[in-house]
Design a protein around this ligand. Structure first.
Ligand code: MN
Length: 194
């Protein structure tokens, strides 16, 4: 990029196996960043004391925050569980609530969990090749249900959409994804209050 106002054509590489870019630094979120957001806080604290594991990382490529540009990058959610709850991203609404987003799954197996202020929720399965459309108004969270592989997605959304974590950080999503008898199962979040 030559200056703040004009973006010149450029290319960024994201590795298909790791999801990482050799030149850019991802933002990282660890177990301690999920405090207040998981079903079993006791197990979470015990895990943090042993090792504050990396749960996910993602890129902010700092595209200009205008409606004409596109924010994009990869998101990598690592395999693991807090108790029976799969590793996940915090999830967020967009500040410009009506802006949509695309997540294209490059590797792994997981779900895009979504909900909107109108009270609906939805989950789309993510396997390599699946392009999940997250409409405007829907909060979204990536969840990795594989026991070995990272869940890697490429995302793109409007340049000025921004992130709103506030409502998610205080009450989470309506649904949780937990492992029951070796299978993923969506259950009600006991902490969620309307
Ligand atoms: Mn988003």
């Amino acid at each position: 990029m030559s200056n703040d106002k004009v973006v010149q054509p450029f290319t960024i590489e994201f590795n298909l196996q790791t999801g990482l870019s050799p030149k850019e630094q991802p933002l990282q979120r660890r177990l301690s960043d999920l405090r207040g957001m998981v079903r079993n806080e006791e197990v979470l604290e015990k895990m943090i004391r042993e090792e504050d594991l990396l749960v996910y990382e993602f890129y902010d490529m700092h595209s200009p925050e205008t409606p004409f540009e596109v924010q994009y990058g990869t998101s990598i959610t690592y395999p693991g569980k807090v108790g029976d709850e799969y590793f996940m991203t915090k999830g967020h609404f967009h500040n410009v609530l009506d802006t949509a987003e695309i997540y294209y799954c490059l590797r792994g197996h997981g779900y895009m969990l979504m909900e909107n202020p109108e009270g609906e929720w939805d989950a789309q399965e993510m396997i390599p090749g699946a392009a999940v459309y997250v409409p405007g108004r829907w909060a979204h969270r990536s969840i990795n249900v594989d026991s070995d592989e990272p869940l890697i997605t490429f995302f793109a959304f409007r340049g000025d959409a921004g992130h709103d974590y506030g409502t998610i950080e205080t009450k989470g999503f309506r649904k949780l994804l937990v492992e029951k008898n070796g299978e993923p199962e969506f259950v009600d979040n006991p902490r969620w209050k309307s």
